[in-house]
Design a protein around this ligand. Structure first.
Ligand SMILES: *[C@@H]1O[C@H](CO)[C@@H](O)[C@H](O)[C@H]1NC(C)=O
Ligand SMILES: *[C@@H]1O[C@H](CO)[C@@H](O)[C@H](O)[C@H]1NC(C)=O
Ligand SMILES: *[C@@H]1O[C@H](CO)[C@@H](O)[C@H](O)[C@H]1NC(C)=O
Length: 321
C-alpha cells in the first residue's frame, strides 16, 4: 500500500503525507494517517462524493480520531458563505464580457447545443430519491449551469466535465468533505481552512487563451462522443467509490480522474495538439500540485509547531470526481 516512488501523485495532501510517512513521522492506516505527538494529530483523506456512499466504510478509528480532535482543518471552508461567493466571483469573466464575445463561434454553438441536451436529459438522470426530496430538474440545472454566459471558459470546461448522469445523480446529498465540515460545526469544533479561495482559483484562471480553448474543445469532443455512444468513460465515480471503500489508496491517488482537472493527453491526438495537452498537464502539475504541496506543507508544519497542545484533524481531498 505504500505508494511507489516512481508514481505520480495526483493529490496534494497525499504527497505530503507520503513524505511524512517515509520519514517515520506518521503511521499509515487506510485513509487516516496519524502524526505521533501528544495529543495525536491526523491527516484524513476525504473524497468528493456523497458521504452516504462511503460513510459506512470509513473505519471506526477514523471516526474516533475526528471525534477526539479539537481542531479540524479543511482545504477550504465550504460552510462559510464568503468562501462560496468568493469562488463564484473568481469564476466570472471581467465586467461587460460575455462568453459569446470570447469563444470561437464553433465552440460557443457546440457548448450551447450540449447544454440544451443536458437540460433535456436532466429529468431522466435524476433518481426517485432526489425527486422525493423536492429536488427538481429545472432547479438543479439552474444551480449548476445558471449564469453560464458570464463564466470564464476554464470554469465552463470544468462544469461541462461534471455535467454527467453520475454526477447529477449524486446531487442533494453532501459530499464527504462537506459533511465533515457540517459535523465539525455541529460538534462545535474549532475549524480552519488551509487555503484561500484565490489560491485555488487563480492558477486555473492563469491558463492562457489558446490552452483554455483547446481544453474546452477536447471536453466538448469527449461529451459529443459520449452522446453519440462512441465513447465510454473508462474510470467512473463508481470505481472511485469502490476503491475508496476498499481502502485502496493507490488506485484513488494514482488514477488520472482523481485529479481536479481532466487529463487531455490522448495517444490519438495529432502531435501539435499533444504538445498543448502536455503543456496544460505540466502547468496544472506545477500550480495545483507542487506549489500547493509546498504551501500546505509549510502551513501544516507551522500550525503543529505553534499549537503543540492541540489535536488537529486535517481533512484533505484524496480524490475528486
Ligand atoms: C500559451 O502558452 C503556450 C505555452 O506556454 C505558448 O506556447 C502559447 O504561445 C501561448 N498562447 C498565447 C495565445 O499566449
Ligand atoms: C477542436 O478539435 C478538433 C480535433 O482535435 C480540431 O479539428 C478543431 O479544429 C478544434 N476546434 C477548435 C475551434 O479549436
Ligand atoms: C482522443 O482524441 C481524439 C481526437 O481528438 C478523439 O476522437 C477521441 O475521442 C479521444 N479519446 C478519448 C478517450 O478522449
Amino acid at each position: 500500500m505504500v505508494p511507489g516512488a516512481q508514481r505520480t501523485f495526483h493529490s496534494s495532501w497525499m504527497f505530503l503525507a507520503a513524505l511524512l510517512l517515509l520519514r517515520g513521522w506518521i503511521e499509515l492506516n487506510s485513509f487516516l494517517w496519524t502524526i505521533k505527538r501528544d495529543p495525536p494529530s491526523y491527516f484524513f483523506g476525504t473524497i468528493h462524493v456523497p458521504y452516504t456512499r462511503v460513510w459506512d466504510f470509513v473505519p471506526d478509528n477514523s471516526k474516533e480520531a475526528f471525534q477526539q480532535s479539537g481542531v479540524v482543518y479543511f482545504e477550504l471552508d465550504l460552510t462559510n458563505p464568503y468562501t462560496i461567493s468568493a469562488l463564484a466571483r473568481c469564476q466570472m469573466l471581467p465586467p461587460g464580457e460575455n462568453l459569446q464575445d470570447v469563444l470561437p463561434r464553433d465552440i460557443y454553438c457546440r457548448l450551447k447545443r450540449h447544454l440544451e441536451y443536458v437540460k433535456l436529459m436532466m429529468p431522466s438522470w435524476m433518481t426517485a430519491d432526489q425527486r422525493g426530496k423536492g429536488l427538481y430538474a429545472d432547479y438543479l440545472f439552474n444551480a449548476i449551469v445558471g449564469n453560464w454566459e458570464r463564466k470564464r471558459p476554464i470554469w465552463i470546461m470544468l462544469m461541462v466535465n461534471s455535467l454527467t448522469e453520475v454526477v447529477v445523480k449524486s446531487r442533494g446529498v453532501p459530499v464527504l468533505d462537506l459533511y465533515l465540515a457540517q459535523e465539525a460545526e455541529r460538534l462545535r469544533k474549532q475549524t480552519g481552512a488551509m487555503e484561500k479561495v484565490e489560491e485555488q482559483c487563480h492558477p486555473l484562471n492563469g491558463l492562457n487563451f489558446s490552452q483554455v480553448i483547446f481544453a474546452l474543445n477536447q471536453t466538448l469532443l469527449q461529451q459529443e462522443s459520449l452522446r453519440a455512444g462512441r465513447l465510454q468513460i473508462p474510470y467512473t465515480t463508481e470505481d472511485l467509490i469502490k476503491h475508496y471503500n476498499c481502502g485502496d489508496l493507490s488506485s484513488v491517488i494514482f488514477s488520472h480522474d482523481s485529479s481536479q482537472v481532466p487529463n487531455f493527453i490522448n495517444a490519438t491526438l495529432p502531435p501539435q495538439e499533444r504538445v498543448t495537452a502536455q503543456e496544460i498537464d505540466s502547468y496544472f502539475r506545477q500550480e495545483l500540485l507542487y506549489k500547493r504541496n509546498e504551501r500546505m506543507g509549510k502551513r501544516v508544519k507551522a500550525l503543529l509547531e505553534e499549537f503543540p497542545d492541540k489535536g488537529f484533524f486535517f481533512a484533505f481531498g484524496a480524490g475528486e470526481s
